[in-house]
Design a protein around this ligand. Structure first.
Ligand SMILES: NC(=O)c1ccc[n+]([C@@H]2O[C@H](COP(=O)([O-])OP(=O)(O)OC[C@H]3O[C@@H](n4cnc5c(N)ncnc54)[C@H](OP(=O)(O)O)[C@@H]3O)[C@@H](O)[C@H]2O)c1
Length: 307
């Protein structure tokens, strides 16, 4: 369907699910991942798998979805990064990782020097949300960049909000994830309180999900809270990064964030107890321990609300 050659850097949990939708949507797609074998299954949907980053320099639009700002800098400006290719045909980069305002501004400067527009385009939703067609983008940068990217964003997600010039999308995403952390910790606390008072978790969360406090998020985290399936969707380490980005932004803009600060320390203590490669919903188990409860799976089928 596409008149542009699209490149994709970073085929992790999020990158895979996003790139898969582009490939299935008919985009002319070339993907690269540091661990090549994770990208290989995309070939079955018509994507080309590149051996080196510089191979993506022939693409008109390049998406990036890696972990941190340091990783973004490495894949773009590192010794083997995209810009190491002599000839770079790319006119637009759509950078989707959750990174700082400062990192994003530095990236914009680097790209501008090479005649490349940057659309900052972080997202809300995990890989399951992407598969369910419920992801949302928040975008900032030149309006022309948003308009050029929009047909491809729409192949990946039904919602793409344009919030203005520069790095504004980054602060929106940072605020979003601070809220995600605080809400998750709060949900863990009240779930454990209800359980210790005698209410099974599935019954408590069934009520919460149908109440005015229920949300897409509380519904899709319910299976993990009820049946203790902590297969990772988002790691505690990545959430800690986002809380740190929020706390840094709070210092920069002189905004107190007491709940974010507390949640960051609680998350640190979860990580310090050795949680790795498990979902951040494990905050529930961590809180249960503080309340003197050993949790067991309830083995009740629960709908995640994602269809
Ligand atoms: N998971 C979520 O629910 C979620 C939701 C919204 C936003 N996010 C954000 O999306 C981004 C990706 O998250 P994820 O959950 O997809 O993480 P992930 O599964 O750990 O994937 C990270 C990806 O980045 C690549 N990468 C990391 N460091 C690299 C480096 N130095 N050089 C080259 N490649 C590198 C990894 O390559 P390898 O495969 O070789 O390791 C992998 O493809 C993060 O910024 C996260 O905060 C995540």
């Amino acid at each position: 369907m596409t008149k542009h050659r699209i490149g994709w850097i970073g085929i992790g949990r999020m990158g895979y699910a996003m790139a898969e939708r582009l490939a299935k949507g008919g985009a002319d797609l070339t993907v690269w991942n540091r661990t090549r074998e994770k990208a290989q299954p995309l070939a079955a949907h018509g994507a080309k798998v590149a051996d080196k980053l510089a191979d993506l320099a022939a693409c008109d639009i390049v998406f990036v979805m890696v972990s941190t700002w340091d990783d973004v800098r490495e894949v773009i400006a590192g010794p083997h990064g995209l810009l190491s290719a002599g000839d770079v045909a790319t006119k637009l980069m759509v950078e989707c990782s959750s990174i700082s305002l400062e990192g994003s501004a530095e990236l914009r400067g680097m790209l501008k020097a090479r005649g490349i527009d940057l659309l900052a385009a972080p997202v809300s939703g995990n890989a399951k949300v992407i598969k369910a067609g419920r992801l949302s983008f928040v975008c900032s940068g030149p309006k022309r960049a948003f308009e050029l990217a929009l047909p491809y964003l729409e192949l990946i997600a039904p919602a793409a909000s344009y919030v203005g010039e520069g790095e504004l999308a980054r602060i929106v995403k940072i605020c979003h994830n601070v809220f995600l952390g605080v809400v998750t910790q709060s949900l863990a606390e009240v779930t454990i309180l209800a359980q210790k008072a005698g209410v099974p978790r599935h019954a408590f969360l069934d009520f919460m999900n149908r109440s005015v406090m229920g949300s897409t998020f509380t519904r899709y985290k319910t299976p993990a809270f009820v049946n203790l399936d902590f297969k990772v969707t988002f790691t505690p380490q990545l959430l800690r990064k986002d809380l740190d980005l929020g706390l840094d932004a709070g210092r920069r803009f002189d905004v107190p964030l007491p709940l974010a600060s507390l949640t960051r320390d609680i998350l640190q203590s979860l990580i310090g107890h050795g949680t790795k490669d498990e979902d951040f919903a494990k905050l529930l188990v961590h809180h249960a321990r503080s309340a003197g409860l050993d949790l067991e799976a309830e083995d009740v089928p629960v709908n995640d609300g994602l269809g």
